[in-house]
Design a protein around this ligand. Structure first.
Ligand code: SF4
Ligand code: SF4
Length: 303
């Protein structure tokens, strides 16, 4: 699906950024969701902690409650990133990528690499410069799609790939034997082989396990983990927290809420529906949990 090139305009005034697409429809405004004007949204610190929402309108009160609920449940769920198959009804993680605002700065990539001590060519979230059919360029971040039907998982001969109860695909590097079959099976090229020893990593905040595979292990495959180990304490993934444009949202399908790194909290289902969100290459049947919002004529290949 592609957006309507030229139908959107944006402006910045007094620190308020606003974008309108279509006839009279406000689809995005700082501190505004779904056309509802509000003064202040929920605040998320640089490290991504979701604080208490301060509402300026009735709709934001509801969104703020969702945000508070997410923060409370995330913080109260130490087993959120469990990889042992324990059933969980608490979270169903997803991501929203608002292509209208990406400027290609790659601070998301850099933050990810810094946090996980990756080599420069290991771009767990990569940012591609794309071209529309009209010849315009735009930028497209590509993390792991956290597919609901991930082709990378069943092909592994040693069951080193895991899909958690909360919808994250992770790699158990203690099991990986480096066949790289999973790399060939990923249609999004989201996996990276460790041909050499990793960057030296000082003492880490989490144990070295699938939810925090730091440092990486030579001879094994690594990939985006949505910073799984950070989520239980209410921290946003590094890429989300460090995107200055608010392009990246961590979403929770179970609680119907998504938050970005600059303080916007949205009702996930409405945000996706109102902005014609699409999944990348749906025809592969992988059911990605990453939703793209076009808006500048991008020819997002949802087929
Ligand atoms: S940090 Fe944000 S604006 Fe910069 S490339 Fe990444 S997603 Fe785009
Ligand atoms: S994007 Fe690739 S690595 Fe990620 S879950 Fe899907 S198939 Fe697996």
């Amino acid at each position: 699906m592609s957006g309507d090139a030229g139908s959107c305009d944006s402006k910045d005034a007094a620190g308020i950024s606003e974008r309108r697409c279509g006839v009279g429809e406000t689809v995005e405004q700082s501190g505004t969701v779904g056309g509802q004007s509000v003064s202040v949204g929920a605040r998320i610190g640089r490290r991504g902690f979701l604080g208490r929402a301060v509402a300026g309108g009735a709709s934001l009160l509801a969104l703020g409650a969702l945000g508070d609920r997410l923060a409370a449940t995330v913080g109260a769920n130490p087993a959120a990133a469990a990889t042992d198959g324990t059933p969980s009804t608490v979270h169903q993680w997803a991501m929203v990528i608002d292509l209208r605002n990406c400027n290609g700065c790659k601070l998301c990539t850099q933050a990810c690499q810094k946090a996980h001590f990756l080599h420069a060519d290991q771009t767990w979230i990569d940012v591609f410069q794309m071209e529309t059919s009209a010849g315009d360029t735009y930028f497209m971040p590509r993390p792991c799609m956290m597919c609901e039907d991930p082709p990378c998982v069943p092909v592994c001969p040693v069951s080193a790939n895991i899909r958690t109860a909360e919808g994250l695909t992770l790699v158990d590097q203690s099991r990986c034997v480096g066949t790289r079959i999973c790399m060939n099976s990923c249609p999004y090229q989201a996996r990276y082989f460790n041909w050499s020893d990793p960057e030296p990593a000082p003492r880490q905040p989490f144990p070295q396990e699938p939810s925090w595979p730091v440092p990486q292990v030579k001879g094994t495959v690594g990939k985006c983990i949505s910073c799984a180990a950070m989520l239980p304490s209410g921290q946003l993934p590094e890429c989300v927290a460090n995107c200055p444009m608010g392009v990246l949202y961590l979403g929770d399908l179970a609680f119907d809420v998504a938050v970005n790194g600059i303080g916007n909290v949205v009702k996930l289902s409405s945000f996706l529906a109102e902005n014609d969100a699409v999944k990348f290459k749906e025809s592969y049947g992988t059911n990605p949990r990453v939703f793209y919002i076009p808006g500048h004529g991008q020819d997002i290949d949802s087929d």
